[in-house]
Write a protein of this length. Structure first.
Length: 174
């Protein structure tokens, strides 16, 4: 699907709007005028250009809407991490009513093995989150640093430095 067109009538006027998928197509978004932007999986975006273009384009529009959705990711230079830091600052200062920030993540000093922490980080707990699959992923994560990083980022929304370590330090025999 590259686009969705929808029609509606309001106050006896017919309107037609279109949602267009702009996945990594930076060359074609310059000069766009989007009222609605859905940035999904921001942790995978490495360059701010697309995000900045959309955000700048919305300044000239009345009541634009931008949704930023993502799990956490690996590394500290992704668009997701930058937007996350900005969102945390908005929450801390509480000085910008044009932003609505909702972050599902564990509290500081969390215990990643605690099922209550898992529930805190997963708003669809018991609905679309398959608890047996999550438990299975957890068991795998206990055996591998790489799998643990995956579990933390995808299921607890914790940013990690990397996932290239395939063994825990305490598993190395002297």
């Amino acid at each position: 699907v590259s686009s969705i067109t929808y029609d509606y009538i309001h106050a006896d006027m017919a309107y037609s709007n279109k949602f267009i998928v702009q996945t990594k197509d930076i060359d074609n978004i310059e000069g766009s005028n989007p009222y609605f932007v859905l940035n999904d999986e921001l942790h995978k975006q490495e360059k701010m250009e697309q995000y900045d273009n959309f955000k700048s384009a919305q300044i000239s529009l009345p009541q634009p809407l931008m949704f930023n959705i993502s799990t956490a990711g690996k590394g500290s230079s992704s668009v997701g991490m930058r937007v996350y830091r900005e969102a945390k600052e908005v929450l801390k200062r509480d000085d910008n009513d044009s932003n609505f920030v909702l972050i599902y993540e564990p509290n500081k000093n969390y215990d990643w093995t605690d099922r209550k922490v898992w529930e805190m980080c997963n708003p669809n707990w018991g609905i679309s989150v398959d608890l047996s699959a999550l438990e299975s992923a957890f068991k795998t994560a206990q055996r591998s640093a790489h799998s643990k990083a995956e579990f933390l980022t995808k299921h607890l929304d914790v940013f990690v430095n990397g996932a290239d370590n395939f063994f825990e330090q305490d598993q190395v025999e002297p």
